[in-house]
Structure formats: C-alpha cells, structure tokens
Design a protein around this ligand. Structure first.
Ligand code: UD2
Length: 341
C-alpha cells in the first residue's frame, strides 16, 4: 500500500476512493431492493411463523445427576432410547405429536380362528392405545363377517382388509411380512404417518401412547431381555437368510410388536418377505419364522427406539420388580386348539 493514499485511500489500499463510493452505493441499493422484495412477497411459507408455542406446561425439570431409572438400560450404544415407565413425560410427547397432527395405523392379523381374539383386542385398545390421537385399525382377515363391531372414539376407524389364509400357522405368521409390505406401498403411505404391527392374541392392560413412535422400533422379547447372547434363539443355520453368527446380536426382539414410519416398515417387511421367499426356494424355514428374519433385520438396521417388555408381556413369566407396568399382555391360548383351524 502506498503510504501517500492516507487513511481514506481505500480498503487495504486496493481501491481508489471513487470506486469505493460507487461500490458502497450499489451495495446499499441491493440491500434496499432485497428488503422491499421480501416485504412485498413475504417468506416462502403459507402459515405465519410463530417463534414460540404458547402451550404452557408445568413439570419437574430433568435432573442431569439423577437419571429417572438406575435399574435398567435406558439407551442403546447407538443412542436409541429404551422405553421404560418413568423415563419419559407423556404430556410433552402428546403435545409434540398433536402439533404434528399424527395418525397412527395399527395393523393386526386375525386369520381363521384367531378372529376370536379381536373383540378384547379392540375394546382394550380403545381404552389404552394412543388415547387422544387419531388411529386407524387395519384388520387383516379371511373372515370379514366375523369382525366384531366395537364402539370407537372420535378420530378412530376400523378398516377391514380381506386377505387369503394358508393351511399352516407358520405360513400365516410369515405371510404378514408380505401383506404389510404390499399394503404399506399401496395404501398406508397415503393414510397414516406411523405403523404399529402387533399380534392379535393380546390385550392392552395399560397406556401405550406416542412414546413408542419413532422411525423404526422393536420390542425386547419378554423371554430374553436379561439373557446372554448365546441363549438368543436367532437362526443359527448359515443356509437360512435369517442366519446370525453366534458372536453377533444386540437383543432378541419379539415378532409380535414392531413398527415405525410407513417407509421404514415398508423397507423392513419387504426385506423380510424377500428373505423368507429365498428360504422357501431353498427348502428351509427359519426357526422362529418371520421373528428370526426380523431379528436379522434389526441387527443390521438398528432400531431408532426400543420398547421394554412392558409393551409385550406374558403373565406366565411372573412380575419382576423392574416391570412397573404391564401394558400389553398375552391372552392365554390353547395352541393346538386355535392354530391351523
Ligand atoms: C410368536 C410371536 C409372533 C410370531 C411367531 C412366529 C410374539 C408375542 N409372538 O408368537 O409374532 O413371530 O412367534 O412363530 O412375539 N395368526 C393368525 N391365525 C393363525 C395363526 C397366526 O391370525 O392361524 C396371526 C395372529 O395375529 C397371531 C400371529 O399370527 O397373533 C402370530 O401367531 P401366534 O400368536 O400363534 O404365534 P406365537 O404365539 O408363537
């Protein structure tokens, strides 16, 4: 820089004073034009932007040094929460999901004699499932005329979907993956945000709400939540597509309760169905049918949330201290009498 140019000689001495004057005026004009343009056209969103929600909620603040539960694992090593009673605030979650105007699709299969479970299933769901939220119950059945009429609260619907049956109960159980993937693609994607896919021989016994919802969720199987990896009943035959090597595995997940966004459930069910079909062509059936394939899927596509056995319990397993709630309970059944009928 030439010292003679002095303090006003230009920015770092690169520009003469006159050029700077023109640049300054141009910048000012550009800013003014941008401002006027924004004012006249407004932001690109239809709804007015509110910086803060006005819903006031009173609750105890979270305590960093006092975790709500110290007796159970609350987070996986991949940072997925494990949902136990006492670890979340329903009021906050309900407000979040209500603001998003979420509709939940509950899928359940009642093929052949399993229609007998529907009445209790639906009645208890109306009392405890997603209270205050919109729910579509998708009932897959081969006996539509035997679906009971149950009184429904506002915003809740039963949709009966007629599907074929299969002679073997194993095939019925496995084919759920195929039907869920088909209907997710053709219908559910246009109707609901999340899918919750459960067994029918169950009853709701306590609140099951939006705390379960996440992109992809699975449930700890009540029989294996404290078990060592070597006891997990994964498929251990390498010939099956559900094969899991003995030195791999996080948890053993139940086939009777999983879900997520429609897109994630579509991906899961499609992949599991394809794997089941490859096994079929190779003359092998996984040890626990689609539950084995689900476990393989969750090993390599880790769930973003995991439900504790509160969400799938069987009273034959007793009442352990850590189980503060029994939200969804197995209805006792005589397997021989009910299956293949
Ligand atoms: C376990 C799993 C189940 C599935 C199965 C595979 C749990 C609680 N359950 O249940 O999800 O992985 O093992 O072997 O984790 N169904 C009919 N009609 C039939 C037979 C079955 O509708 O004739 C449907 C029904 O929705 C039933 C589900 O398939 O709830 C699973 O069959 P299950 O309950 O007899 O199998 P289970 O108890 O061994």
């Amino acid at each position: 820089m030439d010292k003679d140019q002095g303090k006003t000689g230009g920015v770092k001495g690169y520009f003469p004073k006159s050029t700077l004057y023109v640049m300054g005026c141009t910048t000012l004009l550009c800013f003014s034009f941008g401002y006027i343009w924004n004012m006249s056209n407004g932001p690109c969103l239809d709804t007015p932007i509110k910086i803060f929600s006005t819903v006031k909620m009173i609750y105890t603040k979270p305590q960093i040094l006092k975790p709500p539960r110290s007796d159970v694992l609350m987070m996986t090593p991949w940072f997925a929460p494990i949902v136990w009673e006492g670890t979340y605030n329903s009021e906050i979650l309900n407000e979040q999901f209500r603001q998003r105007n979420v509709t939940v699709g509950l899928t359940v299969f009642a093929i052949k004699k399993y229609v007998v479970f529907l009445k209790t299933f639906l009645e208890t769901a109306e009392t405890y499932l997603m209270v205050g939220h919109r729910v579509n119950y998708y009932i897959f059945t081969d006996r539509p005329e035997e679906v009971p009429k149950v009184a429904l609260k506002e915003g809740r619907n039963v949709v009966v979907l007629q599907v074929q049956n299969y002679p073997r109960w194993q095939e019925i159980s496995m084919r759920r993956m195929e039907m869920l993937s088909l209907f997710s693609q053709q219908r559910f994607i246009n109707e609901v945000s999340y899918l919750v896919c459960v067994d029918v021989d169950m009853r709701f016994n306590d609140q099951v709400g939006v705390e379960i919802l996440s992109d992809l969720f699975g449930t700890l199987h009540p029989g294996f939540y404290t078990a060592e990896r070597r006891s997990f009943t994964y498929e251990h035959r390498p010939a099956s597509q559900a094969y899991v090597p003995s030195d791999e595995g996080d948890f053993y997940y139940a086939g009777g309760f999983f879900g997520g966004t429609v897109t994630e459930v579509y991906k899961l069910t499609k992949k599991c169905h394809e794997a089941i079909m490859v096994d079929k062509a190779n003359g092998i059936e996984a040890i626990w049918q689609e539950e084995s394939h689900l476990n393989k899927y969750f090993l390599y596509h880790k769930p973003t949330k995991i439900l504790s056995p509160e969400y799938l319990w069987d009273d034959n397993l007793g009442r352990p201290e850590i189980l503060k709630k029994r939200r969804f309970l197995a209805v006792p059944k005589n397997h021989a009498a009910i299956r293949n009928k």
